[in-house]
Design a protein around this ligand. Structure first.
Ligand code: MG
Length: 443
């Protein structure tokens, strides 16, 4: 089992993910990626610059050619891999975690982020990676207008004329994160009227906590109707996650943002939908409507990009509000799909669009469990599903598909508990499912 790598890279507080550890891991990562060109991006956290220096030293010391793109959202770095024929990217970020945290996400040359399993391969190279000889040490460049390249690529995916004609008013809550580097410019260039919130990059996150939960974006929720805006948009710290607020001030959870993106996408381009086993049945309903397949993966960004890389998918995404548009990259990208939604505002209001996304209610619970008990709980559910010939998906825990919803029982990979999620048409029905299956799971 990997010691440092989790579901999506390495994360820790600054006294855990230290510059020393970052340098060690960067050397091993450089070797794993077979050296060559490596793109390095960082978020605006107070510790990101020292960690960037350590990571760059590690990479160059084993012979990598570093392209440093400075403070930038993760999706920008991921987009640039293919464009610049790089062997990979390292993003120095702790995503939506509190300010004292930091970390690194690693993506390979195909644009697939490194999972825990592949992280273990990197860790095996620690202490075994030879330094480059003095005359083969890698170079460092901070050349090119990378932000421009990304903006142009995203703009190519939307009908800019439609947006400019409608001139929607947007409130952009950048959350003091890296969204500030892209969002104001992108939507201004697309002809939108924009109102900015928390647009100063600040590693202390003074405006709001970095995770765009309903509670954390309540100022945005209040501001959108007050400004008579068409939509509010909020990103997490590194912009792979995004949520919306409609013109009436209704929060649109990530799951439903993804479902709307899928609907808009499939109108234009048919293809499978790739998503995790914890995503709303709304996705299945949309897939059915367009006659396409849903391909399920384990929970975690790397598994989504691994599945996207197999081809045949029109869109990918997950329930926390991460959407993949394969034309841009295999990674969750908080700008490209949202630009498509902004384009769709020329047809109808966001609240009207949301009525076209099938509505489901979710309930979630965590049950404390050690490793042994985790196995017992998931095992009992599997046995019950088999005996009762229920439709299951068992690639990550066990999901039982029911007539009007589903239930998933899944052991946490990092903490001592089992998660149970239930989804149904109404909240009372979802609660009923949760009660019923909790009893079965606990035996
Ligand atoms: Mg993130």
């Amino acid at each position: 089992m990997a010691k440092y790598f989790g579901t999506n890279g390495v994360r820790g507080k600054f006294d855990e993910f230290t510059p020393e550890l970052a340098l060690t891991l960067a050397r091993a990562t450089g070797a794993y990626l077979k050296r060559g060109k490596i793109i390095v991006a960082r978020d605006g956290r107070l510790t990101s610059e020292t960690l960037r220096n350590a990571i760059v030293a590690g990479l160059m010391g084993v012979g990598c050619e570093v392209i440093d793109i400075g403070i930038a959202p993760s999706p920008v770095a991921e987009f640039l891999i293919r464009k610049h024929d790089a062997n990979g990217a390292i993003m120095i970020t702790a995503s939506h975690n509190p300010p004292e945290w930091n970390g690194m996400k690693v993506v390979d040359g195909k644009g697939i982020s490194v999972s825990r399993e592949r992280g273990e391969e990197i860790e095996k190279l620690i202490g075994k990676t030879e330094a480059a000889p003095w005359d083969k040490v890698g170079g460092f460049c901070r050349c090119g207008d990378f932000i421009r390249e990304y903006l142009d690529a995203v703009k190519k995916e939307v009908k800019a004329g439609k947006i400019a004609k409608r001139k929607p008013k947007l409130v952009l809550d950048c959350g003091n994160g890296t969204a500030s580097v892209i969002a104001p410019e992108l939507f201004r260039e697309l002809g939108c009227e924009i109102v900015l919130m928390n647009q100063e990059i600040d590693g202390r996150f003074p405006g709001r906590p970095s995770e765009p939960t309903r509670e954390n974006v309540k100022e945005l929720i209040a501001k959108v109707p007050k400004e008579k805006a068409d939509v509010g948009i909020a990103w997490d710290g590194d912009c792979d996650r995004v949520v919306l607020v409609d013109e009436k001030g209704e929060y649109v959870i990530g799951d439903r943002v993804f479902a709307l993106c899928a609907l808009l996408r499939l109108r234009e381009k048919k293809g499978d939908i790739v998503t995790t086993v914890a995503t709303s049945k709304a996705i299945e309903d949309i897939a059915k409507k367009f006659g396409v397949r849903v391909r399920y993966t384990k929970i975690g960004a790397p598994y989504l990009s691994e599945e996207m890389a197999k081809g045949g998918a029109a869109i990918g995404g997950e329930e926390v509000g991460g959407i993949i548009l394969p034309e841009i990259s295999l990674a969750k990208d908080g700008f490209s799909s949202i630009a498509k939604i902004v384009e769709a505002l020329s047809e109808k209001k966001l609240s009207e669009w949301m009525r076209e996304v099938p509505a489901y209610a979710n309930v979630k619970e965590r049950i404390p469990a050690d490793e042994k008990r985790k196995g017992e709980i998931v095992g009992r559910m599997k046995k019950y599903a088999k005996e009762n010939k229920l439709a299951i998906i068992d690639i990550d825990g066990i999901r039982i598909n029911l007539e009007d919803g589903w239930i998933i029982v899944r052991a946490s990979g990092t903490e001592n508990y089992v998660r149970i999620f239930a989804e149904a048409k109404t909240e009372s029905k979802a609660k009923e499912y949760l009660e019923k299956y909790r009893k079965i799971a606990l035996g």
